[in-house]
Design a protein around this ligand. Structure first.
Ligand SMILES: *Cc1c(COP(=O)(O)O)cnc(C)c1O
Length: 429
């Protein structure tokens, strides 16, 4: 690799940039990308990679999509950013209407923010402010599931799996939340009452202190890529109602079709009190997130001492992002996307199946456009990442997981290349 642009970018990067979850100095190799279109990332040395990650669940329509490009350009000529205190604009209104319409009845009001973690912080604050407004200020703790992931800011981090989220590194600075076991019931099975024993005990003993339970419905993403029975959500909803605890669904990863339904909650037909959206909301173009809640929540918060919801990110409801989100959702809904996700599920399952015979593989699983090879041992990123690049695909494993969640537009031949590379890398570890 003697390409000077490649070398300059790598050198420049390593001199001044932090990458996520990586050492600043002598970290694993970083790969420079100069452009992307469709499902292909263009490396600075002219090679191309088939993108199996959709840039962390986001780029559902692939890169450089003409429809999304046009949406950005059109909005750029109107206005690119406005403060949202006291002002509104057409893309915000249209997008909020769209989200209220697409989500189940009972999620009627939208708070925009600028990232998934902030959408989770907003959900937490809404739940706590609600109980304050209901004269129950003691109800301020949250219950989360083990193996969960809800973001990296302090509030969101306090809800992540305490072990993989490395809570011990932050000591007393992190709020102490309550944790229930991750559901063990498989996606296509029922959920026995056994599954609910610990969380029921938690709620029955401490509901006076609990504002809400937060879960990622059906798919636990960055905390383990685990799929579980939708029936768990039905039982959880009943439990929360019984003990007067709010239910928050974090659909930041699962929203917009990834699991085969537009929202994962549709697998269970369960409506939460608060819903967090992000990631694929703008088709991966812009940073935007949303927290939806019921009118009952709104009036509770309005009755609280503040009389208002106390949050306001500078870049909330950014017009470029809202306009792109509208275009992305319209683009998704204008196609037979369920069939596309179904095709991807079949192709991922077929392509990854050979990994089942490998000694170092614990499990292979797929749901919607998500394909996972779970290994018996954690991978070494320094060795595994270049192995994927050498095979012409972009897959970024973590822990014991080699997984893909490709852009929905990925052609069958590219899925075959992607899954073959995943199996081949697993075979060579
Ligand atoms: C990615 C993710 C978040 C955090 O979103 P950011 O935009 O990275 O802040 C929260 N919850 C879930 C389920 C996620 O997958």
């Amino acid at each position: 690799m003697t390409d000077t642009r490649w070398d300059d970018l790598q050198r420049g990067d390593s001199a001044v940039i932090w990458h996520p979850y990586a050492p600043a100095v002598n970290g694993p190799e970083i790969f420079p990308i100069v452009s992307a279109s469709g499902v292909r990332l263009d490396l600075a040395d002219g090679r191309q990679l088939i993108d199996g990650m959709a840039s962390w669940w986001c780029a559902i329509h692939g890169y450089n999509h003409p429809t999304l490009n046009r949406a950005v350009e059109t909005q750029l000529d109107a206005v690119s950013h406005l403060m949202f205190g006291g002002l509104t604009h057409p893309p915000a209104v249209a997008l909020a209407q769209m989200l209220v319409e697409l989500t189940p009845p009972g999620l009627d009001r939208v708070f925009f923010s600028d990232s998934g973690s902030v959408a989770v912080e907003v959900a937490m604050k809404m739940a706590i402010q609600y109980w304050y407004g209901m004269s129950q200020p003691r109800k301020h703790k949250l219950v989360a599931l083990r193996n969960g992931y809800h973001g990296d800011t302090f509030g969101a981090m306090s809800l992540c799996d305490p072990v993989t989220g490395m809570h011990h590194l932050f000591g007393d600075a992190l709020s102490k939340q309550l944790f229930a076991p991750a559901p063990e019931c498989p996606f296509d099975d029922l959920c026995t009452d056994n599954e609910m024993v610990e969380i029921t005990a938690l709620l029955s003993q401490q509901h006076q202190d609990i504002a809400a339970v937060i879960v990622e419905p059906v798919v636990q993403g960055a905390g383990g890529m685990r799929f579980y029975s939708p029936e768990y959500l039905v039982k959880l909803r009943a439990l929360c109602d019984h003990y007067e605890v709010l239910l928050i669904f974090d659909e930041i990863a699962t929203g917009f079709g990834r699991t085969g339904k537009l929202f994962a909650l549709e697998h269970a037909d369960v409506v939460p009190d608060i819903l967090c959206l992000g990631k694929a909301l703008t088709g991966g173009y812009m940073t935007l997130a949303a927290t939806l809640c019921s009118e009952r929540m709104c009036s509770g918060i309005t009755n609280s001492e503040a009389g208002a919801f106390m949050h306001g990110p500078t870049f909330m409801a950014n017009p470029l992002a809202c306009a792109t989100a509208i275009a992305s959702i319209q683009l998704l809904l204008s196609q037979p996307w369920q069939r596309t996700v179904q095709r991807l599920q079949v192709e991922l399952a077929h392509g990854l199946a050979p990994a089942r015979t490998l000694d170092n593989v614990a499990e292979v699983r797929t749901l919607g456009a998500i394909g996972v090879i779970e290994l018996k041992e954690a991978v070494d990123m320094r060795t595994v990442q270049p192995m994927f690049v050498d095979r012409g695909v972009w897959v970024r494993p973590f822990g014991k997981l080699i997984y893909a969640m490709p852009p929905y537009i990925m052609a069958s031949a590219d899925v075959a290349t992607l899954t073959a590379a995943m199996v081949d890398v697993a075979a060579h570890l």
